[in-house]
Ligand binder design. Structure first.
Ligand code: G
Ligand code: G
Ligand code: MN
Ligand code: NA
Length: 253
C-alpha cells in the first residue's frame, strides 16, 4: 500500500484520534481553550505522532479529508462538553495551507458548525504565516470566516515568512508565540527581546497573544510579567485524550 492508501484506510477505519492540550489564563487560573492535535492509532505500530504523517498527507492531498475529520471531531467534542454543562472553552484546530486554500473551506466550516451545533465563537482556526502569505485570495477567505464569528490565530508566530503589513491587513484575533522563542526566553537575550517585541506588537495591533511551549515557572512568570497571560505547554499539561481532558472542562481549571 502507498502511504496515501494507508492514510485513506486509516480514515475509513476511524484510526485517527484527537488529543487536547489546555490553554490557560495564568492570572485567573482558568482554562480558556483546548488545542486539538491529531494522532494515528495504528493497529500494528501503535500511536503515530502527527510529525510522522502530516507532511506526507500534505504531499498527497490526504490532509484535506483528514483535516475535515479533525475539524468535525473537534467541534463535535467541544459542543458535547458544553451541552454537558462544562466551562465553555474554545477549541483550536490546525489548518494546513492546502486546506486553507480549498475553495469551499468557508462552506465546510459553516456546515460542520451547524451539524455539531457549536457556536462559531468557540471555534478557533490556527493558520501559519507562510500558509496565508502564499495566496492572494487568503484575505477573502479570512474575512468570510471572520464574518461567521470564528476566531483566527497565527500559529508558530515568528518562524514563518511574514510581513507586518499583512498582520494589520488580515482580520486576525490572536498570535501564538512559537515555542522556540519561549524555550530560552529567560536566559537568551535575543529570545527575551523577540518575545517582548511580539507581545508589544500584539498589544499595538489589538491582537490577543498566547505563548506556546511553556514548560517552567520561570517562563510563565516572565511571560505574565511582560503582559502575556495566556499560555499553553507542559507546565500545565501535555496534550491528552478527550476523556482525560474532561476534568479541565468540569472544574474550569
Ligand atoms: O504534539 P504535536 O506532536 O501534536 O504536533 C506536531 C505538529 O503536528 C504540530 O506542528 C501541529 O501543528 C501538527 N498537527 C497536529 N495536529 C494537526 C492537525 O489536525 N492538522 C494539521 N494540519 N497539523 C496538525
Ligand atoms: O505547531 P503546533 O503549535 O500546532 O504544535 C504544537 C506542538 O507543540 C505539539 O507537538 C505539542 O505536543 C507540542 N507541545 C505542546 N506543549 C509543549 C511544551 O511545553 N514543550 C514542547 N517542547 N512541546 C510542546
Ligand atoms: Mn498549533
Ligand atoms: Na505552534
Amino acid at each position: 500500500l502507498t502511504i496515501e492508501n494507508k492514510l485513506r484506510r486509516a480514515l475509513e477505519r476511524e484510526e485517527f484520534i484527537l488529543y487536547y492540550q489546555p490553554q490557560v489564563n495564568v492570572v485567573t487560573g482558568r482554562i480558556i481553550g483546548a488545542e486539538a492535535l491529531v494522532r494515528w492509532q495504528n493497529p500494528e505500530i501503535g500511536l503515530v505522532p502527527p510529525d510522522m504523517f502530516i507532511s506526507l498527507a500534505e504531499e498527497n492531498g490526504m490532509i484535506v479529508p483528514i483535516g475535515e475529520w479533525v475539524l468535525r471531531e473537534a467541534c463535535r467534542q467541544n459542543s458535547l462538553w458544553q451541552r454537558q454543562g462544562g466551562t465553555p472553552i474554545s477549541v483550536a484546530v490546525n489548518l494546513s495551507a492546502m486546506q486553507f486554500h480549498q475553495k469551499n473551506l468557508t462552506t465546510l466550516v459553516a456546515r460542520v458548525l451547524e451539524e455539531t451545533e457549536l457556536q462559531p465563537c468557540w471555534l478557533e482556526l490556527e493558520i501559519t504565516e507562510t500558509g496565508i502569505m502564499k495566496n492572494a485570495e487568503a484575505i477573502t477567505t479570512l474575512n468570510a470566516l471572520k464574518q461567521m464569528g470564528i476566531k483566527l490565530s497565527i500559529d508558530d508566530f515568528g518562524t514563518g515568512y511574514s510581513s507586518l503589513s499583512h498582520l494589520k491587513k488580515f482580520p486576525l484575533d490572536k498570535l501564538k508565540i512559537d515555542k522556540s522563542f519561549v524555550h530560552d526566553v529567560t536566559t537568551n537575550q535575543d529570545d527575551t527581546a523577540i518575545v517582548s517585541a511580539i507581545i508589544g506588537m500584539a498589544r499595538s495591533l489589538n491582537l490577543q497573544v498566547i505563548a506556546e511551549g511553556v514548560e517552567t515557572r520561570e517562563q510563565r512568570d516572565f511571560l505574565a510579567a511582560n503582559g502575556c497571560c495566556e499560555m499553553q505547554g507542559y507546565l500545565f499539561s501535555k496534550p491528552v485524550p478527550a476523556r482525560e481532558f474532561e476534568h479541565f472542562v468540569t472544574t474550569g481549571e
